[in-house]
Design a protein around this ligand. Structure first.
Ligand SMILES: Nc1ncnc2c1ncn2[C@@H]1O[C@H](COP(=O)(O)OP(=O)(O)OP(=O)(O)O)[C@@H](O)[C@H]1O
Ligand SMILES: [Mg+2]
Length: 1235
């Protein structure tokens, strides 16, 4: 079965084609179109939709068995073929342009037929929508809007006209001229605001919102027109197939000869602003004949007139003229209007050419001088001034303000051309504003209660080359689409929710991001464009760049032109355009004209010129101008900004009103009847959001009526007893009794909802003939009886339920009572229980306190005693609570508080004691640490001191050793010297002895000779000559030994030395005198002499003593060890002062007493200068002997230091402290120097 199912398959040209499924292949389907001009194909499931009966058509698409885009398209196409151009999708009217007059379609009879009929009752019609709007206005007491949308040529303007006609025909009859004026507005607006384009011969190049105002009695009382965005570029240029605004051709073709002559109007070919486009007139065969050859352009002559069912340039001039008359323009005013129109044409003919010379300006070409003059005169300005204003620009030095120096800056040719075009555009667009203003002013306007506004504004537009106009209109359509989404989809779903209907949600693509991209205050495209215009040198490339930079990143809506699917767009550079993804598709905008088109300000000289015009009309046109020049560049109001504010006003209005939608559809691009291009229609359906609505309607309830409305609408048809019902019951009764399927309606909270088409069914029944109505009433009555019966049954059941409920509640009450009683008792005793528990819990703290107390050292006993006291008071408190059941909560609290406080106090005391104890221990510990540290420091210091001293001693020892060595060396040197001298002397002595011996021998010989002579003489009595030789005494060799010799010489020298020193002759001094002098004198020399003398005598004394002492006792009385005494035997030269040594020197040598040969004693000596000052003998076997000079001199060493030879003894000298230490240790008194 499945494989033969009839389906619609998406097709690129026809939209959808009928086909049969051949095979299902997982993700795809193999289909064979019925029409064999289409090939067999495999397509995805999304492109295949179920088909109902393709030949059947329905008024409301919601009534189709399968509701999808294919059946919708088919339904429309089928109907269109049958001249049924209107179709509903729920409450939205789809209108397909028939491109021909349909008989009786809009006749007065048809109008009458539709009056007061609810939607769906009659075949779909634009009148039905108008009527619905009117009825909604009446029933909801709310102004209404009818939004007519669609692409160019879809029939918006025509539909608008029919709506207005309907409203005026039916409800303006008594309103007199109002109706005519509202209807007259259209030909006038179309003449000035419509033009032939490739898409529509009568294309409206502006948007409009026409309001028909009603009185409180729902009669037409006035009207008002708002218009938006007149396309200005068309005034100066059109593409080859297109024309300028109709009025120019009306003037050429239809204006009377005199008028044309006065305005110097000839044929389109003669005008620069017309000749580049299509120059043919719209004519009918009859009107064609009225044209003279002079009026016809070459094209017209060659091809004849253009044909359109509603356009005729020849005849329509009169219609325009009359309409203008009817809206109140006087002949003079009309003439001025035509003059301005003609002036635009003549302005366009003013040509410029370069002016040779340094100024680089331009001038009007001689051939166009007449055009200049004509334009000037038609505009009521001086031609010279016009010329000046066109070829130069007034510049005011910024400092001077209004009175500042004005400079005329010459313009280049192209600048003059654009100034001219700007003037033409400004004049024409202001004329259009003026015309609208006059129409509005002409419509009488009494107190309006409500209005029905019809919005006719261009739909979404896209061409190969899209500029600022497309940008604005597409922005407007984005806003309208959003509004449509909100109204139809969002509101619908919200309403379902509010009313408690369960309807699946339909998703729609929200386009708020696109709107933000365009209009956002600080970074929308409009904002960036205005910012660019404020720069000193606005530049479209820079603008485009900033659009891409600031908006393009991370925005899928905005892309570079090269990402377009269209090859023509891909050639645009990045800074030449941008691609915007609108809800209906991507449009590539070329930005090159954006800046100019966004600023419609005239340059100052032109502005001043027209403001001062002699023509009242021209003056008026520029009277209330937003003088952008005066405001300055930074404050100018751009075209975009103006449009934005107009649009937001419009949106505000739309939001306040009830809304009805008419979606116009263009069946084909050839503008002919009966031909349908399926894909074109489908695109339009998608663009208008209709497909999304379908989805919603498939599940939804498009018709609805509040209960009250139903009541007021139908109660009049029903008998009085039914009228007493409440609106809700009334509605329920009649809806239920109508025999509608329960799936066809739903009751909400305030209203009843109907499935598509069911409301009309219901309405029809209600309004059917009395016969039928009676049957309905019977049904209603029957339903009421049944429902009342059901109600009483329901009441009985409810009462039984209620009884059960009461029993149940009684049980519940008992439970509650139990709970409450328990609660009350608990409430009475709980404080005591809790209090007891609380107070008992305090005992824990006592334990803590005890454990704390245990740690205490001093106050432990006292603390434990206190704790016992507390424990007792806790017990007392518990006792009190237990015994006294009247005790109040506060009393318990007080008890508890008191105990707590006591415990806290005690705890605090304990803690304090604990802390104190800890502090003390801590302090003690710290103190010990500190002492240890100090001791360590002291030890360290002492150690350092000791080391220092050791170093010092070592140094001193080293010094001492050095001194000793020096002395030793000195002594050796002296000895060596002495030895040398002794040797020398010995040699001399030996020589002398030899000489002596020789002389002695010689003398002996002589003596013997002499004796021999004497004896001979005696024997011979002879005589002897000469005397005997004399013998001289010489020392013998024995005495001349080395030692003696040296001794002698040494003594001699000593004596000589002593004598040298002996300035003072002390030999006569007494011993005591010497002692006193030593102790008291300050004369150092004398002192020293005394000391020598003193010691010399001591030596003498000791020598004497020694000579006379017994040998045995000598040792005992030794003043110094033997070695020293022995050393003294070797005479020495006294040391030369303290050159080598210090004044005080200390020595220690061992000695052995013969008595105890194995035990050594120590002999210490302190020499002050050359003589001993203190002397100490440490005996191994007896008490030490401590001697001091001045007291114990007799027992002390009498030798001078040099004599002792101590200085030469290695290791004998010690340091002062060593001596002092021993001295002190053995009880020696401190030494005070005598000197
Ligand atoms: N209901 C209709 N009956 C007969 N002809 C119609 C109807 N609607 C539109 N037309 C024809 O289609 C032409 C274009 O219609 P209309 O001017 O209303 O389009 P539009 O949507 O306003 O386009 P634009 O956006 O360009 O103004 C009309 O001139 C007329 O010839
Ligand atoms: Mg139009």
């Amino acid at each position: 079965m499945m494989d033969k199912q009839l389906v619609w398959v998406r097709d690129p040209t026809d939209g959808f084609v009928l086909a049969r499924i051949q095979e299902l292949m997982g993700e795809e389907v193999d289909v064979l179109p019925l029409d064999n001009k289409h090939p067999r194909r495999v397509c995805s499931f999304e492109d295949v939709m179920p088909a109902g009966d393709p030949a059947k058509d329905v008024d409301d698409n919601c009534e189709l068995m399968f509701l999808n885009e294919a059946t919708l398209l088919n339904n429309m196409v089928e109907r269109y073929k049958k001249n049924k151009i209107y179709t509903y999708v729920a409450n939205i009217l789809l209108a397909v342009n028939p491109y021909r007059d349909l008989p009786d379609m809009y006749s007065s009879a048809t109008i009458k037929r539709y009056q007061g009929k609810s939607l769906g009752e009659l075949p779909p019609h634009v009148f039905a929508i108008a009527d619905k709007a009117f009825r909604d206005m009446k029933s909801l007491k709310q102004s209404q809007s009818i939004i007519v949308s669609g692409e160019s040529g879809a029939g918006k303007t025509e539909s608008t006209k029919y709506i207005l006609k309907y409203l005026c025909d039916l409800w303006a009859k008594g309103a007199g001229p109002v109706e005519q004026k509202i209807l007259d507005a259209n030909p006038i607006l179309e003449a000035f605001g419509n033009a032939k384009t490739t898409r529509n011969n009568n294309s409206s190049r502006f948007g409009k919102f026409m309001e028909v105002h009603f009185s409180a009695k729902y009669q037409v009382v006035g009207g008002h027109i708002s218009h938006y965005l007149l396309e200005k570029s068309r005034i100066c240029t059109q593409s080859a197939e297109e024309r300028n605004y109709h009025v120019f051709y009306l003037l050429c073709a239809g204006a009377p000869q005199e008028l044309r002559a006065a305005l110097k109007i000839t044929k389109p070919d003669d005008y620069h602003y017309l000749k580049n486009g299509c120059t043919q007139y719209f004519t009918t065969p009859e009107s064609d004949k009225k044209l003279s050859a002079a009026q016809k352009s070459q094209q017209q002559q060659a091809r004849g007139g253009l044909r359109d069912p509603i356009l005729d340039d020849v005849d329509h001039f009169q219609a325009l003229h009359q309409a203008l008359t009817r809206v109140g323009l006087s002949d003079a005013e009309k003439k001025s209007v035509y003059s301005v129109v003609a002036a635009v044409l003549h302005l366009g003919n003013i040509q410029f050419e370069e002016e040779g010379g340094a100024r680089g300006g331009c001038h009007v070409t001689p051939t166009s001088e007449t055009s200049l003059a004509t334009a000037a005169s038609l505009l009521g300005v001086d031609s010279g001034e016009l010329r000046m204003a066109l070829v130069s620009r007034l510049m005011q030095s910024s400092r001077g303000g209004m009175k500042g120096t004005a400079i005329m800056v010459p313009l280049k040719t192209y600048e003059a051309v654009s100034a001219r075009d700007a003037l033409a555009k400004a004049v024409y667009s202001r004329l259009f504003d003026y015309i609208v203003h006059r129409i509005n002013a002409s419509i009488p306007f009494q107190a309006s209660a409500y209005y029905i506004g019809v919005l006719d504004i261009a739909g979404f537009e896209y061409f190969q080359m899209n500029s600022f106009e497309q940008f604005c209109i597409n922005y407007c359509n984005e806003k309208l689409q959003q509004f449509f989404n909100e109204r139809i989809l969002k509101n619908e779903q919200e309403l379902y929710k509010r009313e408690g209907l369960v309807v699946p949600e339909v998703r729609f693509s929200d386009n708020q991001d696109c709107i933000d991209l365009i209009e956002s205050k600080n970074h929308g495209v409009f904002h960036l464009l205005d910012e660019e215009s404020k720069l000193p040198k606005p530049e479209f490339g820079h603008f485009t760049h900033s659009v891409h930079k600031q908006l393009g990143t991370n925005n899928s809506r905005l892309q570079l032109p090269r990402s377009s699917r269209l090859k023509a767009h891909r050639t645009l550079r990045d800074d030449e355009g941008f691609l915007l993804r609108h809800f209906a598709g991507a449009v590539c905008y070329n930005t090159s004209q954006f800046i100019e088109k966004n600023n419609d300000a005239l340059h100052a000289s032109l502005e001043f010129l027209v403001q001062e015009s002699g023509s009242a009309l021209v003056q008026q046109l520029f009277q209330n101008t937003d003088n952008n020049n005066a405001k300055g560049k930074l404050n100018f109001i751009s075209v975009g900004a103006k449009f934005q504010s107009q649009l937001s006003q419009l949106m505000d209005k739309l939001k306040q009103n009830g809304t009805n939608f008419v979606r116009c559809i263009k069946p084909n691009s050839r503008m002919v009847g009966l031909a349908v291009e399926g894909s074109l229609v489908l695109t339009q359906l998608e663009c208008s959001g209709t497909i999304a609505v379908l989805e919603l309607m498939e599940h939804g309830f498009p018709s609805r009526a509040p209960f009250q409305d139903l009541y007021s609408m139908y109660s009049q048809f029903l008998p009085p007893r039914l009228r007493t019902l409440s609106p809700k019951l009334f509605a329920e009764a009649i809806v239920h009794s109508m025999g509608l399927s329960t799936a066809d309606y739903k009751f909400g909270i305030t209203r009843v909802f109907f499935r598509p088409g069911k409301y009309s069914e219901f309405d029809t029944m209600m309004r059917s003939d009395p016969e039928n109505l009676r049957a309905v009433i019977d049904k209603v009555l029957a339903w009421l009886v049944k429902s009342r019966w059901r109600r009483s049954i329901f009441a009985v059941l409810s009462i039984i339920k209620l009884k059960n409920k009461i029993v149940y509640r009684r049980q519940c009450l008992v439970t509650i009572q139990k709970a409450v009683r328990g609660y009350l008792v608990r409430r009475r005793h709980q404080p005591r229980l809790k209090g007891l528990a609380k107070i008992r819990a305090l005992e824990h703290s006592l334990k803590d306190m005890e454990s704390v107390s245990q740690q205490l050292k001093k106050e432990k006993d006292q603390a434990l005693k206190n704790i016992d006291v507390l424990r007792n008071s806790i017990r007392n408190a518990c006792g009190t609570i237990k015994t006294n059941d009247k005790i109040s909560r506060t009393e318990i609290d007080q008890l508890f508080a008191r105990l707590t406080k006591d415990i806290e106090v005690q705890m605090a005391t304990l803690q304090k004691a604990m802390v104190d104890q800890k502090n003390r221990e801590e302090q003690e510990r710290l103190r010990k640490i500190e002492a240890e540290m100090r001791a360590a420091e002291e030890a360290k210091r002492l150690e350092l001191e000791r080391q220092r001293q050791e170093d010092e001693h070592r140094r001193l020892k080293a010094e001492m050793e050095a001194r000793r060595k020096a002395e030793e060396a000195e002594r050796l040197r002296q000895e060596e010297q002495d030895r040398q001298q002794a040797l020398l002397l010995q040699q001399q002595l030996e020589q002398a002895a030899q000489a002596d011996r020789d002389s002695r021998e010689r003398l002996e010989q002589e003596r013997r000779d002499h004796e021999m002579a004497v004896r001979l003489a005696k024997e011979t009595n002879g005589h002897v000559e000469g005397s005997p030789p004399q013998l001289r005494s010489f020392p013998t060799m024995d005495t001349v030994n080395g030692e003696n010799k040296l001794n002698r010489s040494e003594r001699v020298r000593m004596q000589q030395a002593m004598q040298g020193k002996q300035k003072h002759d002390l030999s006569k001094w007494k011993y005591s005198e010497l002692r006193d002098t030593i102790n008291t004198s300050c004369d150092i020399e004398l002192l020293e002499a005394c000391r020598h003398e003193f010691h010399r005598r001591l030596k003498v004394y000791h020598a004497w003593k020694a000579k006379n002492a017994r040998k045995t006792t000598m040792n005992e009385q030794e003043r110094a060890p033997q070695s020293i005494m022995d050393a003294a035997k070797t005479p020495r030269l006294p040391a030369k002062g303290d050159v080598l040594g210090a004044r005080h020197r200390y020595f220690r040598i061992p000695f052995v007493r013969p008595a105890a040969a194995d035990r050594r004693g120590w002999w210490y000596a302190h020499f002050d200068g050359q003589y001993v000052a203190r002397q100490m003998e440490l005996h191994p076997d007896k008490a030490p002997v401590l001697l001091q000079s001045g007291v114990d001199d007799m027992q002390m060493c009498e030798l001078s230091l040099d004599e002792t030879g101590l200085t030469r003894k290695r290791g004998a000298e010690i340091l002062e402290h060593e001596f002092e230490r021993e001295w002190a240790r053995h009880g020696g008194a401190p030494y005070h120097s005598n000197r």
